[in-house]
Design a protein around this ligand. Structure first.
Ligand code: MCN
Length: 823
């Protein structure tokens, strides 16, 4: 029986748009976040943070703070008895990565605004903050560098003097003959594409509560990676791993920003052991903007070679990544992740990515939703529209001409990455069934005659997720100091209900529902009778947590395999009890039956009864109904899709409104279409937020300008258009579920489609290219500059090529105060 048949044979829960099991407690306020937990004798932590972006610490006077009755202790670097600083987990073979020490409290110098200088622990949440203000630090300011290109220049201020350079490392991945590809090209298009710095901005701020009691450390943290955190707490604090327990209770979003080992987590655990009392810290929003890792921040140069007929011949991307002042868990590894999908969905014969990681006096970057793939897709897909305009070709025609033809069992790209399965044409065809591009273009023309500048943009993408095959990412291959497997344990209780322990750690994705559907179908029970336990290192086996849209393709598959093992044992028990052959037992309508005799069968409850009251089990069979699987995939999975965006640009104010957004994504067979829709909605919102509103801005002195949600313009539901979503379903050959990830897909596709739409709207005004963020100010300035050049409204080549195409309805968007960078 195939995996699909097996999945549906139970009760057909897989594929159903079931409502999320976790939602009732979340929406009725009964869920428990870290800040909801308090312990007897609990103390509070506050951090004294550097107001300077780069300075030598001349002196720290803690006496006034220590003298306060409400303060229990004040610590500086000298008090820390830790052998090592915060971890960085990427050591690529053959590449030197300059990695500075990154202590929990600054040692001698501060390197960015917010660098922690002292830790104050006291009795009360608020007075400890007052006490932190009574720690007096004298700084000797040092020269600051915030521009990554300037940081690479000879004579630039150095973030870490000892390296003699701000360059962290150079890393490349390519394949095919790039020189020949460009020599063969009739047209070469080059663009400097800025992918600006953004924040994760989860609604629940980070929080940690640490308790060291009876030689055991328990840490509650708002983290995506409880298993990693336990390992590193054990290493950094020298506490044997079995005596460290990390619990990620309810986590209110992470978007990559909680895939980290933070100073505050290690510092609170350390202080709790030192003081013998629980220590708690809850981030303020300003701290969140300042010292929770950022993402993107790249200057990308793309060079595309193409023949006059639209055949791509070569693609070269050079990434200058501003990774900030230190290297956190995966910081220098994120820009290289772009390289894995730099071929996009196209047959381009020669593709190369060169990455230069650069340090500046800003907070470090690391994984934010998509982590490298939104940047790559933005480069490729914005460049495709630029190429189309240069050739006077319909951008969709250009894409179709270069699509990799459909494949079901592997396509090797010139860079040596093998995509699992793909049908890019089918996704685009489905998009165009829902989105009448001719009509959209006609409407745009008509609106333009009334002074409304409407643009239509597309993105066809693939991405890489489901990380990861350990042999492909591990220490001797890509250099990640870890594996990519996942664990799943299915425990059937005596009454016939089940618990799944998963090593993934969801923080909004809905695993409790989707994973329950998978297990339920394999055991013939209802998903409401499958409890999914996650985020507690003590309850289940070691796991590798949630990020990189890996959970379903790796953790869901582990759960499925564990449930299959339970089902196999159940079948053996049923066969024995009913005197049939195990191969004749099948699961149908919630019962393990003898094939052809539906009246002869046992429910899971009956099987569990037999397994736990083992007077009649097959010879040699152990009692119990409990199975565990560690699953390491053979390959990554490569979701894909096609998105269309319609925008209206107000040329008087520069404000962009997204009028329509249509997304067709392919993440293999849906486990739960409602979960997928939620993920796609959130993902698109994330990218529209980056493209139109959000930007982390530092001034030239390295001061953070955007430290609140007043300055950092996070979109709300009110700014988003109604999303129209659809799917194609192309099975992945990698796992038995056939599934691919979807948690980041929307974010990966949407910044390019909206940028292309805005450029399409602005072309008649003489603007052929503009970088994100597409804020009113930036667009207005571009329009004024075009006017200054004397570029009046005009029909572009691209406009003419698309004359037969057309539009949608109107939406809305906020103005954003954030600006920065040149066009
Ligand atoms: N799914 C499905 N059928 C498929 C594919 C996926 O039903 N064929 C469901 C899965 O069962 C799961 C959800 O879609 O419930 C996402 O699955 P997957 O793509 O495996 O992604 P992960 O669960 O690993 O989530 C990680 C991903 C990342 S990397 C970021 S960042 C992100 C995201 O998910 N952060 C989020 N989605 C988020 N959603 C919320 N609410 N909050 C965040 O912080």
């Amino acid at each position: 029986m195939s995996a699909v048949q097996q999945a549906t044979a139970g009760n057909g829960h897989v594929g159903r748009a079931m409502r999320r099991k976790e939602d009732p407690r979340l929406i009725t306020g009964r869920a428990s976040y870290v800040d909801d937990i308090s312990l007897t004798g609990q103390l509070w932590a506050a951090w004294v943070r550097s107001p300077e972006a780069h300075a030598r610490i001349v002196s720290i006077d803690t006496s006034a703070a220590k003298a306060r009755a409400d303060v229990v202790a004040v610590y500086t670097y000298e008090d820390l008895d830790m052998e090592a600083g915060l971890p960085m987990a990427w050591v690529p073979p053959g590449v030197e990565v300059r990695t500075p020490d990154h202590w929990v409290l600054a040692k001698g110098e501060v390197k960015h605004v917010g660098d922690p200088v002292a830790l104050v622990v006291g009795k009360d949440r608020f007075s400890v903050v007052d006490a932190a203000e009574e720690v007096f630090v004298e700084y000797e300011p040092l020269p600051v560098v915030t521009d990554p290109e300037a940081a690479l220049e000879e004579g630039s201020p150095l973030v870490h003097e000892q390296f003699g350079t701000n360059k962290v490392c150079e890393w490349s991945l390519g394949g095919g003959d790039l020189d020949a590809g460009f020599a063969e090209a009739d047209v070469i298009v080059e663009r400097r594409i800025v992918n600006h710095r953004i924040a994760g901005a989860a609604i629940e701020p980070r929080a940690v509560l640490a308790e060291f009691r009876a030689d055991k450390l328990t840490v509650w943290s708002s983290t995506q990676v409880p298993h990693f955190l336990r390992l590193f707490l054990s290493i950094l604090l020298g506490i044997s791993e079995e005596r460290v327990r990390v619990i990620a209770p309810e986590v209110g979003g992470g978007f990559g920003s909680k895939l980290q080992i933070y100073a505050e987590e290690v510092g609170c655990a350390w202080a709790s052991r030192k003081l013998g009392r629980p220590v708690k810290w809850v981030e303020t929003r300003t701290e969140g903007m300042m010292v929770t890792h950022h993402g993107r921040d790249q200057i990308d140069r793309v060079k595309v070679g193409v023949k006059r007929d639209g055949t791509l011949t070569a693609f070269h991307a050079t990434i200058i990544a501003d990774i900030g002042a230190y290297q956190m868990l995966l910081t220098p590894m994120i820009p290289p992740l772009s390289a894995f999908v730099m071929c996009g969905v196209y047959k381009t014969p020669a593709v190369k990515t060169d990455v230069i990681n650069v340090m500046t006096n800003k907070f470090p970057t690391d994984a934010i939703r998509g982590a490298g793939r939104p940047e790559a897709t933005h480069m490729i897909e914005v460049a495709m529209d630029q190429v189309a305009a240069e050739l006077g070709m319909d951008p969709l025609e250009l894409r179709r001409k270069n699509f990799i033809p459909p494949f079901t069992d592997g396509h090797e790209t010139p860079i040596g990455i093998t995509y699992d399965s793909g049908n890019y044409k089918a996704a685009l065809d489905k998009l165009l069934e829902r989105f009448d591009v001719g009509e959209a273009r006609r409407q745009a023309e008509e609106l333009r005659s009334r002074g409304i500048y409407r643009g239509v943009g597309f993105c066809t993408y693939t991405e890489i997720c489901g990380n990861a095959p350990s042999r492909m990412v591990g220490p001797s291959a890509f250099g990640l100091q870890g594996g990519g497997w996942e664990s799943g344990t299915v425990r059937v209780h005596a009454s016939g209900t089940a618990t799944l322990y998963t090593g993934t750690s969801p923080h909004g994705q809905g695993h409790e529902t989707g994973f329950a559907q998978i297990v339920a179908d394999r055991l013939g029970i209802d998903p409401s009778n499958v409890d999914v336990i996650h985020g507690d290192t003590q309850t289940g086996p070691f796991g590798l947590d949630t990020y990189g849209s890996r959970s379903l393709a790796v953790g869901g598959e582990a759960a499925a395999r564990a449930a299959n093992k339970v089902a196999d044992k159940a079948k053996a028990i049923v066969a024995h009890q009913l005197e049939a052959d195990p191969s004749d037992i099948e699961l149908r309508d919630g019962k393990f039956i003898v094939r052809g005799s539906p009246e002869k069968g046992m429910t899971l409850a009956e099987v569990a009864g037999a397994a736990y009251v083992p007077e009649n089990l097959p010879e040699g069979m152990e009692p119990g109904l409990d199975e565990q699987v560690f699953y390491d995939p053979e390959n990554f999975v490569f979701p894909f899709g096609a998105h269309a965006c319609v925008v209206d640009v107000d040329v008087e104010t520069g404000k962009v409104e997204v009028a329509r957004y249509v997304a067709v994504d392919d993440c293999g067979p849906a486990i739960n279409p409602m979960l997928i829709d939620g993920q796609v909605h959130g993902g698109i919102t994330h990218a529209l937020g980056q493209a139109l509103y959000e930007q982390v801005v530092y001034d030239e002195e390295g001061q953070l300008v955007t430290s609140t949600f007043v300055d950092y313009a996070l979109p709300t539901a009110a700014e988003m258009p109604p999303f129209e979503t659809d799917r194609t379903e192309t099975r992945s050959p990698v796992n038995s579920l056939g599934v691919k990830g979807v948690g980041e897909a929307g974010t990966i596709a949407a910044s390019a489609s909206v940028t292309n739409a805005v450029i399409d709207a602005l072309r008649p005004l003489g603007i052929d290219f503009i970088n994100m963020p597409l804020t009113p100010m930036r667009i207005w300035q571009a329009i004024q500059e075009a006017k200054g050049r004397g570029d009046g409204p005009r029909a572009t080549e691209q406009g003419r090529a698309l004359d037969e195409h057309g539009g949608g309805a109107a939406g809305s968007g906020p103005t954003s105060p954030t600006e920065g960078g040149a066009l």
